[in-house]
Design a protein around this ligand. Structure first.
Ligand code: ZN
Length: 122
């Protein structure tokens, strides 16, 4: 199957090794793509595990899971990348058919050789 991050690659050659913890995403971009794919595949544990430990208290798995499940994840576009930033546009559709476009600049931080999602940045 094609990867749910819309890279056009096979899932096994793209985000699956990160989801299965076979390896860690080596760049903020890879982590960002794998987090989008985790929303699409309802993998809330992965979303929580890839959030900076100090920021996890602002999220909970049930909400992340619901957010993933109630939407259909239709596309991902990368706008810009910097050493610890990824700006992207996520396209998704609600159950009732309402289409959404979410643009975000995400901040990432590396701890002990692993990248984590920190938060949205301006
Ligand atoms: Zn992917």
């Amino acid at each position: 199957m094609k990867c749910p991050c819309h890279s056009q690659l096979e899932y096994k050659d793209c985000c699956e090794p990160y989801h299965t913890k076979e390896k860690h995403a080596p760049t903020p971009l890879a982590l960002m793509r794998s987090r989008y794919a985790a929303f699409a595949t309802h993998n809330a544990a992965y979303l929580m595990n890839t959030t900076l430990p100090a920021k996890r208290k602002y999220h909970n798995e049930a909400d992340l899971l619901e957010w993933g499940q109630i939407n259909t994840w239709t596309n991902l576009e990368i706008v810009d990348t910097a050493p610890n930033i990824v700006e992207f546009i996520a396209y998704f559709t609600e159950n009732d058919g309402t289409a959404h476009v979410q643009r975000e600049r995400s901040l990432f931080q590396k701890i002990n050789d692993r990248w984590f999602y920190v938060s949205e940045t301006k």
